[in-house]
Ligand binder design. Structure first.
Ligand SMILES: Cc1ncc(COP(=O)(O)O)c(C=O)c1O
Length: 382
């Protein structure tokens, strides 16, 4: 089989050698339950707390503010439900954006069923929501603002610091979904002044099934998994220690790699330049405020992204549209639609997301393959 090129790193990433090596001893040698008080347990607990310190350091947080979870979805769920639980008697209004991941949007849907009112702010054509727009939506009964740091479809980066400032002026709790940002953008929770922040290990070369929630406010998050009282009573259940150790190592590596972010940007920009030479192709999302490795496009005359993804796959290139799709069907992206794209264009998107594992040679191969792939995909009808 010819060598494949993987450029869907926003969906998931391969585990780094360092993270894998860090994890392996915790499957057999140090398999103990971190709650046990004999040597196996004590060793496991030590690794758990070292991982907590490492994650806290990477985010500019305190160890006591880091809670381990299974990934981004759980982290978003826990953050949002905690605020509703804790402050629901003070107000029932929540503000978020129309371009959040389903992990946030569907969780807010659950709050609606419980009588909360949810305002979803539309982004501008570039996928950004301004602090002024947020300020206009805030009310005395707004208890929570949840905004993503970087979008998973178009890669635009929100001005989280300015948005958090507006939320705090009105005493609302600020949650940030940093699942796409962690490991690719510097994050300092104190500087950003956010209350809750969600990350997921498998997006930055850690394992799947491990994530974290940063929670600043005392007594937040509320207990949502009851049982043996792990994670300071917040999330019971024996900890996924290999996963947590791997995530902490991967995050440490990713933060060290931030120094190399210009290399990633330069690959991304070569990709954008090459692909935009195709007639009827457009870059989506802000040109400048975008993730260093993410390039996203729409193509006129293309009935569905699925055709393009399949065409690229036949050429050994693994990319995606960034929105929910299966091998044969696709939904128009809610992100692109809320940015003002027509249904037709929102069905015809492509997301190429790079990591430090991608090379200039791979980018060249993608740029070379794209015109044919687009031509083939355009010629296909449903
Ligand atoms: C912005 C964003 N939030 C949340 C999630 C969910 O993360 P996980 O897959 O770790 O549950 C994703 C995953 O793609 C994401 O991109």
């Amino acid at each position: 089989m010819p060598r494949r090129i993987y450029v869907d790193n926003s969906a998931t990433t391969p585990v780094s050698d360092g993270a894998l090596a860090a994890m392996l001893p915790f499957f057999q040698e140090h398999f103990g339950n971190p709650s046990a008080i004999y040597s196996y347990g004590l060793e496991a607990n030590k690794a758990l707390e070292e991982s907590r310190r490492a994650v806290a350091k990477a985010l500019g947080a305190l160890s006591s503010e880091i809670f381990f979870v299974s990934g981004g979805t759980e982290s978003d769920n826990w953050a949002i439900h905690s605020v509703a639980e804790r402050y629901g008697d003070k107000g029932k209004h929540v503000v978020s954006t129309a371009i959040e991941h389903k992990a946030v949007l569907n969780t807010l849907g659950k709050l609606k069923e419980r009588g909360f009112e949810v305002t979803l702010l539309p982004p501008d054509r570039d996928g950004l929501v301004s602090p002024e727009r947020l300020a206009r939506a805030l009310r005395d009964d707004t208890i929570l603002v949840s905004v993503m740091m970087a979008n998973n479809v178009v890669g635009t980066i929100m001005d989280v610091k300015a948005l958090a400032k507006e939320a705090h002026k009105r005493k609302a709790v600020f949650h940030v979904d940093a699942v796409q940002a962690a490991g690719y953008l510097p994050i300092d929770v104190r500087d950003l002044d956010v209350d809750l922040l969600s990350i997921s290990g498998h997006k930055f070369h850690g394992p799947k099934g491990a994530g974290a929630l940063f929670a600043k406010i005392p007594r937040l998050p509320t207990a949502y998994l009851t049982g043996g009282g792990q994670e300071r009573g917040g999330r019971s259940g024996t900890e996924n220690l290999p996963g947590i150790v791997g995530m902490a190592k991967a995050l440490k590596e990713a933060v060290a790699n931030l120094e190399r972010v210009e290399e990633l940007k330069s690959l991304r920009d070569r990709l954008i330049e090459g692909i935009l030479t195709i007639q009827g192709s457009f870059l989506t999302g802000d040109e400048v405020r975008r993730l260093p490795g993410l390039a996203s496009f729409v193509f006129t005359g293309l009935r569905s992204s699925v055709y393009l993804i399949n065409s690229l796959n036949e050429k050994g290139i693994c990319a995606s549209s960034g929105s929910a799709c299966s091998a044969s069907s696709q939904e128009a992206s809610h992100v692109l639609k809320s940015m003002g794209y027509t249904d037709d264009l929102a069905m015809a998107s492509l997301r190429i997301s790079l990591s430090h594992y991608n090379t200039a040679e791979e980018v060249r191969a993608i740029v070379e393959a794209m015109p044919d792939a687009v031509r083939e995909a355009r010629s296909r009808r449903l």
